[in-house]
Design a protein around this ligand. Structure first.
Ligand SMILES: CC(C)(COP(=O)(O)OP(=O)(O)OC[C@H]1O[C@@H](n2cnc3c(N)ncnc32)[C@H](O)[C@@H]1OP(=O)(O)O)[C@@H](O)C(=O)NCCC(=O)NCCS
Length: 134
């Protein structure tokens, strides 16, 4: 299968919502997408025959960077698409001088840390998150 990489904010939110739904994260509302596009500092999509089948983004303030929404359509997983996304993310990261670069991952997804370790990430035991209000 041939894949193409597209950098930038001209993204297909309909295709990306479909991916987010399929992997169980849930889609963004249209007004959320407006903010997500505006506030994200880097976006990368992977396309197969015009359809977006992979997506990832970075939010940063030039000092701190967070990687979000690394997501590959289930039908295209384990075919190198996640690697294409992370390679572009790392190009962006390496072109900047961030103090820290962070991401969250699902610890219930066994072995997923190994995916990120391949790109130089390590587990941190000291993260906390504000509880969502009921
Ligand atoms: C995790 C994800 C982004 C990886 O993308 P992908 O296209 O399947 O990954 P690749 O094909 O580029 O795999 C790269 C390497 O990581 C490994 N890998 C990928 N997903 C893995 C997983 N869940 N567990 C363990 N290893 C994994 C592959 O085996 C491959 O190893 P290799 O280089 O030795 O062959 C993708 O599976 C996905 O979207 N999953 C659901 C959403 C998710 O969990 N995203 C992570 C955000 S926290």
């Amino acid at each position: 299968m041939s894949y193409s990489v597209k950098i930038g904010k001209e993204i297909n939110t309909k295709d990306i919502d479909e991916i987010l739904d399929l992997i169980g994260w849930g889609r963004y509302e249209p007004e959320q997408w407006i903010n997500v596009k505006e506030k994200s500092t880097f976006m990368v999509s992977v396309l197969s025959a015009e359809k977006t089948i992979g997506f990832a983004r970075v939010v940063d303030d030039t000092c701190m960077a967070m990687i979000y929404d690394v997501a590959v359509h289930p039908a295209h997983q384990k075919k190198g698409v996640g690697t294409l996304l992370m390679n572009e993310i790392l190009k962006y990261i390496n072109a900047n001088r961030f103090v820290y670069v962070n991401l969250f991952y699902d610890m219930n997804n066994k072995g997923l840390d190994n995916f990120y370790r391949k790109f130089g990430f390590e587990l941190m035991p000291n993260g906390m998150r504000l509880k969502k209000k009921e």
